[in-house]
Design a protein around this ligand. Structure first.
Ligand code: GDP
Length: 517
């Protein structure tokens, strides 16, 4: 490693900075209140000032990401962005994930860059389908989960019942961290089980108020029957502290933030091929988990979002871009706030910085101070929707090729170039990705395309000896393609076909996930 060992004083300062970092994402089923909670959190963190109540979804989303027409038209959040703010002496990075399941690949990649997830549950509906899916992704990575039971200001399920449901549905221990005071329209505050403090939105209630009497009765049950918070269990992802609140009425939001300050996990070690990289190691390492192009009409650029995984990154430093072996100068790393961005003079493990570049950086790339290290865990999933791109204006073939590569590098779709020379095939996990591709090709590149069906429903990366791959490719020419890295991919028309091909080709391995890096 190029870095000389730090003196113990500077190591201490580094560790202190890193211990202050909190990077998290909010996961939820659509409509549970993720957007509202995000806004309240940012407001509590002073990141945005907004008068009055939450604005209509359409209007608010327009202001946030006007650059993407499709998002506006459909009223869904397609983009993963990051927002940095300070609260309680900690630096928070809140990574936004797309709500729609068609963009789950993007969500998956974002979750590689967080240390913790806040799971928002609608108090009337309990665990819903998408909550469960997102939770499972977190579990695969042992990401600690904080639960926020939202909409307590409305008719809700019984609190004990909700806790049981979370435990049973997700096989996850629950430890209530707060308890609601009053229910539905009478919901006015929370009781903090850790500090024993009460928080009211208006004047405190007297002890003989029926809501306080109910609280006292329930607390006996809670404290007698439910497990206390256990930090190790939380850090390992086995136990979730549960908060009750109303994002809309701003009840319970600071309970949640205070808890993230008190015991939210600081940056976790990030797994790499050869070893795990700890946050407080002196050498800088960073992992690119997201690329966004043309984010802002005023800055037509391409931003790579990188999580700093260790050390202190500073503006102007040169890092090694491990995939190409070349040097990469960090001229203008940026932090993103709710509505603006700023040059990042320095950033520490746990922070997410945006790095403008012209296509050098790709999803899954590692930057280091010289070490040949590759972070793992940023995957491509084998798509099950495969469409051939139909170009309306043949004069634009070259432009289309370039645009498809750029958008594939961003992770909008996967690109497969058929070895038989026919038109490119794009692969997606969810059909909305195709709409995004189509509208962005038109808006940003001026290329109109359509899609045609293909005989294929499955794609598998193949590995094995070169000469075996070559022979297989010759024999299967019309079903072979190269992905964006030039890696060979076999396209199958059905599960049956795929099974048969695998059986008949014992010398090759077929993969449904490709690790990038
Ligand atoms: P998302 O789809 O998860 O981002 O959910 P939103 O934040 O957009 O909220 C969905 C709907 O629930 C909106 O109409 C919100 O105003 C409403 N909502 C969000 N939080 C609360 C809450 O705490 N109480 C009530 N009553 N409604 C809420």
């Amino acid at each position: 490693m190029s870095e000389s060992p730090l003196t113990s004083a500077s190591q201490k300062a580094l560790t202190q900075e890193i211990t202050k970092r909190r990077s998290f994402a909010i996961i939820s089923h659509p409509d549970a209140g993720k957007t509202t909670l995000t806004e309240r959190i940012l407001r509590a963190g002073g990141a945005i000032q907004m008068a009055g109540n939450v604005r209509a979804k359409g209007e608010r989303r327009r202001t946030r990401s006007d650059w993407m027409g499709i998002e506006r038209d459909r009223g869904i959040s397609v983009v993963t962005s990051v927002m940095t703010f300070e609260y309680g002496g900690c630096i928070f990075n809140l990574l936004d994930t797309p709500g729609h399941e068609d963009f789950s690949e993007d969500t998956y990649r974002t979750l590689t860059a967080v240390d913790c997830a806040v799971m928002v549950i609608d108090a009337a509906k309990g665990i819903e389908a998408r909550t469960r899916k997102l939770f499972e992704i977190c579990r695969l990575r042992d990401i600690p989960i904080v639960t926020f039971i939202n909409k307590m200001d409305r008719e809700a399920q019984d609190c004990f019942g909700l806790l049981d449901e979370i435990s049973a549905a997700l096989a996850l221990d629950t430890a209530p961290a707060t308890w609601p005071i009053g229910r539905a329209a009478q919901f006015v505050g929370t009781y903090d089980l850790r500090t024993r403090a009460t928080h009211f939105i208006a004047a405190p209630l007297p002890d003989d108020d029926p809501r306080m009497v109910q609280l006292a009765e329930e607390l006996e049950l809670v404290e007698g029957a439910l497990p206390p918070f256990d930090r190790d269990g939380f850090n390992a992802g086995h136990l979730t502290p549960v908060f009750f609140g109303s994002a809309m009425k701003e009840i319970g939001v600071t309970d949640l933030l205070d808890a993230l300050v008190a015991y939210g996990p600081a940056p976790r070690a990030q797994p790499a091929e050869t070893r795990d990289v700890k946050g407080d190691e002196p050498g800088v390492t960073a992992l690119v988990f997201k690329i966004q192009a043309n984010m802002d009409p005023n800055h037509r650029d391409r931003i790579a979002f990188a999580r700093v995984c260790s050390g202190r990154l500073h503006r102007g430093m040169r890092l090694k871009h491990v995939r190409t072996g070349k040097q990469f100068a960090l001229h203008t790393p940026q932090f993103f706030f709710a509505r603006e961005r700023q040059l990042a003079e320095e950033a520490f493990a746990g922070d997410v910085v945006g790095i403008p570049n012209h296509g050098t950086l790709r999803i899954g790339d590692t930057l280091t101070e010289g070490e040949d290290l590759r972070f793992t865990g940023v995957p491509y999933f084998a798509p099950e929707i495969l469409r051939r791109v139909r170009l309306d204006d043949a004069m634009k073939a070259k432009k289309l090729r370039q645009a498809l590569v750029e958008l594939a590098e961003e992770g909008v779709v996967q690109l497969f170039r058929p070895q038989d020379g026919l038109a490119p095939i794009v692969g997606v996990v969810g059909v909305l990705q195709l709409d995004v591709l189509q509208s962005r090709l038109k808006a940003e590149y001026g290329v109109a395309i359509g899609f045609e069906s293909t005989p294929f429903t499955m794609a598998r990366w193949i590995t094995g000896q070169d000469k075996v791959i070559e022979a297989f490719s010759q024999a299967q020419r019309s079903a072979m393609a190269d992905d964006i890295d030039g890696d060979p991919v076999f396209l199958a028309s059905s599960a049956f076909m795929l099974r048969r091909t695998i059986e008949m080709t014992p010398d090759l391995t077929f993969h449904d996930i490709k690790q990038i890096g």
